[in-house]
Design a protein around this ligand. Sequence first.
Ligand SMILES: CC(C)(COP(=O)(O)OP(=O)(O)OC[C@H]1O[C@@H](n2cnc3c(N)ncnc32)[C@H](O)[C@@H]1OP(=O)(O)O)[C@@H](O)C(=O)NCCC(=O)NCCS
Length: 392
Amino acid sequence: MAMNEFRIRSYDGQMDRGGVVELERRCAVGPSDRVFHLFTDSLGDPMAKIRNSPLFKMLVAELDNELVGVIQGSIKTVTIQTASKDLSKVGYILGLRVLPLHRRKGIGLSLVNHLEQWFIDNQVNFAYMATEKDNEASVKLFINKLGYIPFRTPAILVNPVCHRSSHISTNIEIRKLRTDQAELLYRTYMCLADFFPNDVDKILQNNLSLGTWVAYYRADQSRTMFGQNGQVPNNWAMLSVWNTGEVFKLRIGKMPLSWILYVKGFGLIDKVFPCFKVPALADFFDPFGFYFVYGLHCEGPQSGRLVQALFRFVHNMAAVNSMDECKAIVTEVGGYDTWRLHIPHWKLLSCPEDLWCIKALKPEERNTIQEFTKTHPTSKTTKPLFVDPRDI
Ligand SMILES: CC(C)(COP(=O)(O)OP(=O)(O)OC[C@H]1O[C@@H](n2cnc3c(N)ncnc32)[C@H](O)[C@@H]1OP(=O)(O)O)[C@@H](O)C(=O)NCCC(=O)NCCS
């Protein structure tokens, strides 16, 4: 008997919404060798993640009237420096899922091929995607089968929010910027970072963007220059915050018994010694919101402490803002960022190497890819990376 053929088509919000939510639920299985694994919950709206991008698409694979696969993509213009230009159109691939029962039938490959064709139809120069390094199926599909090249391994750092506030030194001033000031600073200091989005103003003005803050030392005489004519203090740091919890939630997958006991122990410590400020880990089994910190930049030999102060500030903001149900601060940092040591995070929940892969969709861009991937991801010469909150 001939095997039934699957069909790839565009997502239809009216018809497919429930089917895709169910498909994502059935695909939520993490690597077996991880104690903690974070899953996403799209809150019943599968398009929510990509909707904030300038151009986006979702495709589904259908077999015998059942949805068996899904993929999403978004297109934007970013900084990728080549010999002839600084800006390139890139297509981001995310949310690829195939039902376990229908894997290894070529559905995943076909979904990516169709999405790449949509990128090509929209004059995209490069397609890129991110995956966990230990996701064998995904790594083999994109690298071995589709010719994607690994080019960055940024770290995803996760810090739980606890109910008590973190101390910020009184020597440090933290100030919120207007979006036009923030845009000016980003275009002045981060525009050469890889993947810096040309529409950074749209990100900063988006309702999900809670704001941009700068930190500097009160004693720094040049601080009054901040934001004017692009002049900055000798040591300073900036970051922006995106309320990702409005779009989707995270939750921890199942945990071994030994860890359940460990977590209960944590709860006890918190009750007996509240001064230890242990977060309630039990909270993470229900879907929780998080703030994503993006556009982190700092300058000056003493700026590490300013980075730390900014993260503490964001933590305190999350702790008091119960409306957002924000239980974690998440950021993704790439390149040779020594100041990443100053970002508070829990190793247990973080991912030290998120694997970013890229592919040239136009033959003339192949040399660029070679240039782009030549430097080792952790080399000191690697350029900073701008992680767009819309890609999270
Ligand atoms: C990754 C995933 C989408 C692959 O879907 P799929 O329909 O099974 O993939 P395909 O059948 O098109 O496989 C194409 C190629 O990918 C590679 N591949 C796919 N699954 C693999 C696996 N489990 N182990 C090793 N290689 C695998 C193979 O090279 C395969 O070609 P082959 O079958 O000729 O050897 C699917 O495993 C899945 O949904 N995983 C869970 C969600 C996920 O990890 N998504 C990726 C996030 S970036």
